[in-house]
Design a protein around this ligand. Structure first.
Ligand code: G3I
Length: 336
């Protein structure tokens, strides 16, 4: 049977997932599944600022290096995630920014990470989750971000130039979530995302692509193919490459019956993947994990899972058996 990576490759697409270095080294059956099924990996946490620069002046790339080595051994590509993000500061950084908004506090992480991984990165999430229309300011920008507070919206352009200067070959992406569904909040985010991209393009920022995170919550919001397809078409209109970067399906509010739930999850996954791949600018599709054994959704505060219930939002179950979602993704990759 062809793997998801092979099916995707036949359609000019990379397929992969988020991983952690300890799962890769401590769970051989998981590592074998990942190396078999995927052609690109991304660190779920270990290449973020909170992991790389826990303490000021101390740089620790060991987690990302382990994942990069695994990918290299398996001929897989690697995504870098995430150079600039408002979440998980770390605290010392937010402190320093509040004292003196020194631009090196922004560019150091970008330059060191891009130089450290130069030649190993397919694409970087240079800036992550930078709009939040709910804050009601500045064209929907996330003005509460310590980066915005320190530098204004110019930090976005600065970040892309710093990344390009240190790694001229990596594709430079902006990624965001909550842009996929038929919901007024998602519509506001889509408008804000397009505004950010329009401005960056006007400023001549070297942005190459947009990452649709793809954290779907279909049992609370509706997925509408036309709305999502139009958004991808507008992004493509800016000459951007597209990737789905963090796909999973939150099923906390799905049907109690597992067979029914898996079938509904697979159906929306298939529709979402088909529309994603229908856009010629789409070059990769990554899930935020490969198996329910390791899904961040298990810890999602909103969901307060009833005891014993685990998330079922990824292609393989907790015993590494393929679920209907895998077949739905395989079909979408094949149909492209
Ligand atoms: O492993 C460290 C441990 O060494 C440290 O002592 C401890 C103290 O904070 O933290 C541990 O790290 C945890 C990390 O996951 C690794 O497991 C962090 O606490 C925890 O906050 C972190 O959560 C991650 C979260 O991003 C925040 O970085 C989730 O695993 C990850 O799935 C989630 O992923 C995000 C994307 O990056 C962006 N899009 C949304 C997506 C879901 O929130």
């Amino acid at each position: 049977e062809q793997t998801l990576g092979e099916l995707a490759a036949a359609s000019g697409l990379l397929f992969g997932c988020a991983v952690s270095s300890d799962h890769l080294s401590n769970d051989p059956s998981f590592a074998a599944l990942v190396s078999r099924e995927t052609s690109i990996l991304v660190a779920e946490w270990e290449m973020k600022r909170a992991a790389v620069q826990r303490l000021e002046g101390v740089w620790d790339f060991s987690g990302g290096d382990a994942i990069a080595a695994f990918a290299a051994r398996n001929g897989q590509k690697l995504r870098g995630h995430a150079l600039v993000w408002h979440y998980e500061g770390p605290d010392w950084l937010k402190q320093r920014l509040a004292e003196a908004p020194d631009e090196r506090l922004l560019t150091d992480m970008i330059t060191r990470s891009c130089l450290h991984y130069r030649g190993q990165i397919h694409s970087w999430d240079v800036v992550n989750e930078v709009v939040d229309p709910a804050e009601g300011q500045a064209d929907g920008l996330r003005v509460s971000s310590h980066w915005y507070r320190a530098f204004g919206e110019g930090y976005l352009e600065t970040a892309f130039h710093a990344a390009r200067a240190s790694d001229p070959d990596a594709l430079l992406f902006y990624g965001d979530y909550g842009v996929e569904m038929d919901h007024p909040d998602h519509e506001k985010k889509r408008v804000a995302v397009l505004k950010v991209i329009e401005k960056l393009k006007k400023q001549g920022a070297p942005i190459d692509g947009f990452g649709v995170q793809g954290h779907l919550d279909p049992f609370r919001t509706r997925f509408d193919e036309r709305i999502y397809a139009r958004f991808l078409w507008e992004l493509q209109g800016f000459g951007l490459k597209l990737m789905v970067t963090e796909f999973d399906v939150a099923d906390r509010f799905g049907p109690a019956d597992v067979v029914k739930r898996d079938a509904e999850i697979a159906a929306v996954a298939g529709r979402f993947a088909e529309v994603s791949l229908a856009n010629p600018a789409m070059i990769g599709f990554l899930a935020w994990g490969l198996t329910d054994r390791y899904s961040w959704l298990a810890d999602y505060p909103d969901y307060k899972w009833p005891d014993g219930q685990r998330p079922r939002g990824l292609p393989y179950d907790a015993d590494l058996r393929p679920k209907p979602m895998r077949a739905a993704l395989a079909a979408a990759f094949t149909e492209r």
